[in-house]
Ligand binder design. Structure first.
Ligand SMILES: [Zn+2]
Ligand SMILES: [Zn+2]
Length: 453
């Protein structure tokens, strides 16, 4: 577009609509770079003043018409001052921009209200958003179709950016479009400010050193969490869980409301989780504090859990890591230590028989009877990578089994009435049962461990 065409368009806009600098400039927002729309609008008005005064000196009447428009609809003070100097009075600038109704002049005020709302909430990054009453958008659309404006940007985009700039600058917090700690939503024109506080994600590994604790909080089967005589009004099947033991100290330091616990698989209630521990991400909902010392937090958890659960390797994480943990469960390798018992003594050759099975061994496992009430009934194909006998004494055998995640180990031992095949029972031709189970290694694939950043 040539300069004169641009100027004509700006002039036409001001002929029909009272516009503040912002709203005039916004109609040309995609032109130029590194400028605010206020600067664009002001530049147009300045040029129109220069052109108008020239016209005034050549053709006084025409000049006055131009300059009057600039002073009234443009609310441009220098135009008003020029006319006054020339003794032309009785000009009243329009009080309000016809598009934003003066909102753009008040962004500092909106920013201050946002900053006030953010008090008491720690954020490592923020994002500013807005909810604008539709009549603002309708007015601007009307103007654009009438004057054929194709170089504008939405009012919403400008508001978000300009208020965001003021807030992030004053609080010295970066803006983050992908995963901000807090999304500040301002309502226009009510100036109401709403905070959407995103969860804080912490990754770590836990060891469960005692049996009888479930991984996550388990609502009471009788009352479904309402509280009854069975659960002694706790609403829970078990008084504590790995989740709760880890959560309590974290909720304490972050002042969060609640947690969601995401484990890389889970061990049975009666199994220990030993070795290097099981990876998990704990999600803390609506935390007030985020800049917490994770080493200190790990100490607090370990103290609080009193030797029942231990955590380490805590680090800040993301929602993406939760997805990675979930999606990798089938490729994650697990190693188990199993103590199993038979009714009759085992043949001494049993060890050789087990240790000479060609690896990997493929297991077809139909959903075990003990979990069928909460899992879909289907056949899963799982691999055993390694099987070692570390002890065999009469009717008792200790096995180390390294296998694919998602294999139900107890059923691999017992056979689960032929729902799991082959099984240790099937291979040895003797009914054999797991009497103690420990997970001794959970080996996350490298792409999960390092895939986060
Ligand atoms: Zn405006
Ligand atoms: Zn109950």
């Amino acid at each position: 577009m040539t300069v004169s065409k641009l100027m004509k368009k700006a002039e036409k806009l001001l002929t029909r609509y009272p516009l503040c600098d912002w709203c005039l400039g916004r109609q040309f927002a995609i032109l130029g770079y590194g400028l605010s729309n206020q600067m664009r609008g002001n530049a147009f008005k300045t040029l129109l003043l220069l052109a108008g005064t020239e016209t005034y000196h050549k053709d006084r009447k025409r000049g006055i018409t131009h300059l009057k428009r600039l002073a009234e609809n443009g609310m441009f003070l220098p135009a008003l001052q020029f006319l006054k100097k020339e003794g032309i009075n009785g000009i009243t600038p329009v009080q309000q921009c016809s598009i934003c109704l003066g909102i753009m002049e008040r962004i500092r005020e909106i920013a201050d209200l946002s900053i006030q709302q953010l008090k008491g909430w720690e954020a490592t990054s923020i994002l500013l958003g807005s909810r604008i009453s539709p009549d603002f958008i309708e007015r601007e659309e009307q103007l654009r179709s009438e004057i054929q404006i194709e170089s504008g940007e939405p009012l919403k985009a400008e508001l978000n950016r300009e208020i965001g700039k003021l807030v992030t600058k004053q609080l010295d917090i970066p803006v983050d479009f992908k995963s901000p700690s807090i999304v500040v939503v301002v309502h226009i024109p009510s100036f109401e400010v709403e905070l959407h506080v995103n969860s804080l994600f912490i990754y770590g590994r836990y060891r469960k050193l005692v049996r009888g604790i479930p991984q996550t909080k388990w609502p009471c089967r009788e009352c479904l969490g309402q509280g009854c005589s069975r659960c002694k009004d706790t609403g829970k099947m078990y008084p504590e869980s790995v989740e709760e033991l880890i959560a309590a100290p974290l909720l304490d330091v972050t002042h969060g409301k609640s947690v969601r616990f995401h484990g890389a698989g889970r061990e049975d209630i009666d199994a220990c989780m030993l070795g290097n521990g099981r990876p998990f991400v704990i999600e803390i909902l609506t935390p007030r504090k985020r800049n917490i010392d994770l080493e200190e937090a790990a100490k607090k958890i370990n103290q609080f859990a009193q030797g029942k659960v231990e955590v380490d390797q805590l680090r800040f994480s993301t929602k993406e890591m939760v997805k990675l943990l979930k999606s990798s469960s089938a490729t994650t390798e697990k190693t188990y230590k199993v103590i199993a018992q038979t009714e009759k003594p085992l043949h001494p050759k049993a060890q050789e028989k087990l240790e000479t099975i060609p690896m990997p061994l493929e297991i077809m496992q139909r959903t075990p009877q003990r979990v069928i009430h909460r899992r879909a009934d289907k056949v899963r194909r799982k691999q055993i990578y390694e099987l070692r006998v570390t002890s065999l004494k009469s009717d008792r055998i200790i096995l180390l089994i390294r296998c694919q995640g998602g294999l139900y180990i107890k059923e691999f031992i017992s056979g689960d009435d032929d729902r799991t095949t082959p099984s240790i029972t099937e291979i040895l031709g003797k009914t054999i049962k797991c009497i103690q189970l420990d997970v001794i290694d959970v080996n996350l694939p490298d792409e999960v461990l390092h895939g986060e950043n």
